[in-house]
Each structure stands twice: as C-alpha cells, then as structure tokens.
Design a protein around this ligand. Structure first.
Ligand code: AMP
Length: 505
C-alpha cells in the first residue's frame, strides 16, 4: 500500500477541498494538489528515477515540501528530508551516504549541493515545468518498501539514516487519530517547525483526513505570524518542541493573547518541564497533547492526552504532568534491563518499544541496526520508569546520567527543581569530571531578561525539594543554552566546555 494513495482518495472524492496554503493564501485544492503530485511523479520516473531511489529535500519549509513528499511516494521513491539548518557539508554527507540521485532545494539553503543527477530549485522554472507535464499512475508499493530516510539529529557523532517504510508511516498516521487528536476536514496544520522532522511527518494524518496544510509565509517560526494566521484562517494545529511552546506562551503573555488561534499544540522531542507546561496550560488553555517518540519510531512511543493533562482532580496529576503518558495504541513499551528483560514497576531502566512504527533499520549500517533493534524491540537509549498505571516518566538519556560518589543523579529531576527558583528562564544540568566524586553536578542557568539569579536561592530550592547530594556543586550563569536545530540542548557541548575549563586551570 502506497502512502500517496491517501492523497489520491481524498482528491478523487473531494477535489474542491482546500489543501495547501502559503501564509493565508490558498494555493491548491486537493484536486490540484494531487494533479501536481502525479505530474511530479511522472517527471521523476520519465527522467530515469526508479522505485526505491532516494531524493533529497534540502529546503526551508515551503509548500513544495508537501508536493515533493507525495510526488516521490506516488512515483515509488523514498524521500530524504534534510534539516534546512545543516551546513552544506553535512547535507552533502547525507546526499552521499543515502546515495540519493536527485535533490530539491530552496536557494537560501541548498545552493552548491552536488548530486549525481539533478538538483532543482523549487522556486525556479524547472520545478514549475515538472509540476505540469504528464501524470504518472500511482506506483504500487509493498508495506515494507522504503518511504523516508530520516537522518537522526545527531547530538553526538555522525547522523544515522533511519529507514521508515510505508507501513511505519501509515501506522503513525492512523495512530494520530486514536492517541493524539481528531482531525476535521476544516482543520489546519501549520508547519512552524522543520518539515524535515516531526512537523512534516504530521502532514501524513492531515492528508489522511483531507485537512488544510499551512506553510507560514516566513517559512519558519514567528509567534506573531502564527497568532495572526490562526485568527485569519481558523484555529491551527501544530507540532512544537518545548522551546517553541515556551516562545508562544511568552508572546501570548506579552501581548495579552489567549489560545484561541490554536486548536491543538502537540509537543515533544525534548523534555517539557512541569512548571513550563503548567504555565502554558494557564496561558493558552486546554490545547496541549504530549508525544514521545524518536526517529526510530517516529512520533509513536507514548502520549499524554489532553484529558490527562487537564485532569487536575486526579490524585497523581502532578506525576502525570511530569510523565510522557502511556504507550500509544500500536506499540508495546517496556522499561528493561541491559538484556531487555522487563523491570518491576517504578524501577529505572532503558525504554524499549515494539510495534509497527519501529524502523526497518539504519540505512547501510547493519551493525548499528543490530544494536538498536533486538527481537523486534527498539532500544531507545532513553532511561525511564513506568508506574502501575502504565505512565512512563523519562529520566534522561543514559549518556546524560550523572554518577556522583556512586549515586545516580538524573539531571532532569534537578532541572525541574531549579526552574522553581525566581528569575530562572532555562536551565541545563550536566556532570563534570571530579577527582573526588567521579562526577559532580553543574547547572547552567539562563536568567530571565533583566533578572539576576541568586545562587543562594537556587541552593535553597534544591534543599527544599531534593536530596542534598543532588544539589549542583556549581552554577554557571549563561545568556543562552547551546541547542541543535530541533531545539534540543547540546549537553555534549556543555560538558566539553567544563572539560576545556578544567584543562585551563
Ligand atoms: P529524534 O530522534 O531527533 O526525534 O530524538 C528523539 C529523542 O528526543 C528521544 O529519544 C528522547 O530522548 C527525546 N524526546 C522525544 N520526545 C520527548 C518527550 N516528550 N520528552 C522528553 N524527551 C523526548
């Protein structure tokens, strides 16, 4: 079953339904979108690309993104979306590693990319011609055929190419309706986060539902633009990393806005701190759903529903807010020891996921695949514990754990507490090598604009909430935290900074 069939069926039944917007301007209805997609497929096939070939998309968020995803699938090809913020050299590495034949770019991002086949600017005449030639019939695909090679965001080392099949993405799309949200045809998803990642993946359920797709005119995240768009074309749904949620909330507060411009904000991809989600719910209302997943099981491991987030009368509401929710419908989630054996309730171990969203493996890396997927279980590298009700709470990735004087300290727990101190905007906790303790806890703290944070108060809040040994031995005030292009804090950089400083001393 080809994923592009989900577009074809809506286009046949409801050709006049609005499909694709650039800002508040409707560009194509479903009939026109499917026609362009079939023409693109026709051009790709007639110019020598064969089913299974890879096509790189190295472009900022753009209406052509949706056309190309579905155009490639229609033709039986696999897409390789590359984060638009990567350096040209990093993107070139992905082109070579994925053995892609063609690429589509926007010139602000992809100029200079070298391909064995063609490299086409989606804003140029060549692209326009590809969208209006002869149409290809929908290529038959098996459910295990490759649809998307997702290069991991790689907070350390070389990215790996996660192979996602039509089955993986079909299952992910259908799961949205059960575990995340309903979608009406009049709903609109806005792509305010990179379409090469979760935001673009969520195009799939919105095509399934025949809903509207909105690419902001800015091509990126601008809170004022999003609030205006939501007022203009109706409440928006979106996927957002916690940093983006924070900026939306700050904007709403600064301008006295409520959440009416949004239907649903699905957050995930990095830890959302309890204080931050409480604040977001207060300012924007009951519009949030949390998902936890990773490229290797895209968007699907657990979800914390809107209802669970709002159920403040529940005796374990506080714990649930700190959790990532319960296993999504098509997967089993377990917390296990190093051999993959399930651990008792409440114990911390590695999070494992099994089900139809789990990747087919890493592209051209059998060794990494064998290490990541064993007996069908994906070893996520995340540490967590499961409560008796099936709610999973993530601790940290195993490499971020701090071991001080033989005791395990989960940075996330310390971060949650430090955020309670007055004047703290953001915080990140890492371990620094220490001759006496092995490692000691160091907190990097970003004060709120115009505020000075008193380290005595940070200590006091720690002593009030957590064991004494977890309290940071040192605080480093910084203006901003280093983050990757998806908004994840680069703890490796923070650790390196501490090591460099130690060497200088
Ligand atoms: P990526 O493959 O780039 O999507 O990164 C996936 C990783 O992000 C996961 O393995 C987690 O470490 C982290 N992550 C994803 N969702 C959440 C979440 N809801 N809360 C905390 N961390 C998350």
């Amino acid at each position: 079953m080809n994923l592009a069939n989900t577009l074809r069926r809506i286009a046949l039944a409801e050709p006049g339904r609005p499909a694709l917007y650039e800002g508040d301007q409707l560009r194509h209805d479903y009939g026109a979108l499917a026609a362009r997609v079939a023409c693109l497929a026709g051009a790709l096939r007639s110019q020598g690309l064969a089913p299974g070939d890879r096509v790189v998309l190295f472009m900022r968020n753009h209406p052509a993104y949706l056309e190309l995803m579905y155009g490639c699938w229609w033709a039986g090809l696999a897409v390789v979306p590359v984060n638009a913020k990567l350096h040209l050299r990093e993107a070139q590495w992905i082109v070579e590693h994925s053995q892609a034949r063609w690429a589509f770019i926007t010139t602000d991002v992809g100029t200079g990319l070298q391909l064995p086949g063609r490299c086409i600017d989606v804003e140029g005449p060549e692209y326009a011609a590809l969208c209006t030639g002869g149409q290809a019939p929908l290529e038959a695909r098996g459910t295990d055929d490759l649809a998307w090679v997702f290069y991991t965001s790689g907070t350390t080392g070389r990215p790996k190419g996660v192979m996602l099949t039509h089955r993986n993405l079909m299952t992910m799309g259908l799961t949205y309706f059960v575990d995340v949200d309903s979608i009406a045809p009049t709903d609109a998803i806005v792509y305010a986060a990179p379409m090469s990642h979760g935001a673009g993946i969520y195009a799939i359920p919105h095509v399934m539902a025949g809903a509207r797709h909105v690419v902001p005119a800015s091509g990126g995240f601008d809170p004022a633009e999003l609030f205006a768009l939501g007022r203009g074309i109706g409440p928006l749904s979106m996927f957002a990393a916690p940093t983006i949620v924070k900026r939306l909330v700050d904007h709403a507060e600064a301008h006295g806005l409520d959440g009416a411009a949004f239907k649903t904000i699905v957050y995930g991809g990095a830890p959302m701190y309890v204080e931050d989600i409480k604040h977001a719910l207060r300012v924007l209302g009951p519009r949030f759903v949390q998902i936890y997943g990773q490229g290797e099981t895209p968007m699907v491991a657990t979800a914390l529903s809107r209802a669970a987030l709002m159920d403040s009368a529940h005796p374990r509401h506080a714990e649930r807010l700190a959790s990532v929710g319960v296993a999504q419908t098509p997967v089993e989630v377990r917390v296990a020891d190093a051999e993959g054996r399930a651990l008792p309730t409440g114990e911390v171990g590695e999070v494992l996921v099994r089900g139809d969203t789990v990747m087919a493996g890493y592209w051209r890396d059998a060794e990494a695949t064998a290490a990541a997927v064993r007996d069908g279980w994906l070893f996520t590298g995340d540490l967590g514990s499961m409560d008796a009700d099936g709610f999973l709470t993530l601790k940290d990735r195993s490499k971020d754990l701090v071991i001080s004087g033989g005791s395990n300290i989960y940075p996330r727990e310390v971060e949650e507490v430090l955020l309670l101190a007055p004047g703290v905007a953001e915080v990140s906790v890492v371990g620094a090598p220490d001759p006496e303790w092995g490692e000691v806890v160091v907190a990097f703290v970003v004060p709120q604009p115009g505020r000075v944070v008193d380290t005595g108060e940070l200590d006091a809040v720690c002593l009030e909430h957590i064991a004494r040994f977890k309290r940071p031995k040192r605080y480093v005030m910084v203006e901003a935290l280093p983050k990757n292009n998806y908004g994840k804090v680069l703890k490796t950089e923070l650790r390196q900074r501490l090591k460099d400083e130690a060497l200088k001393r």
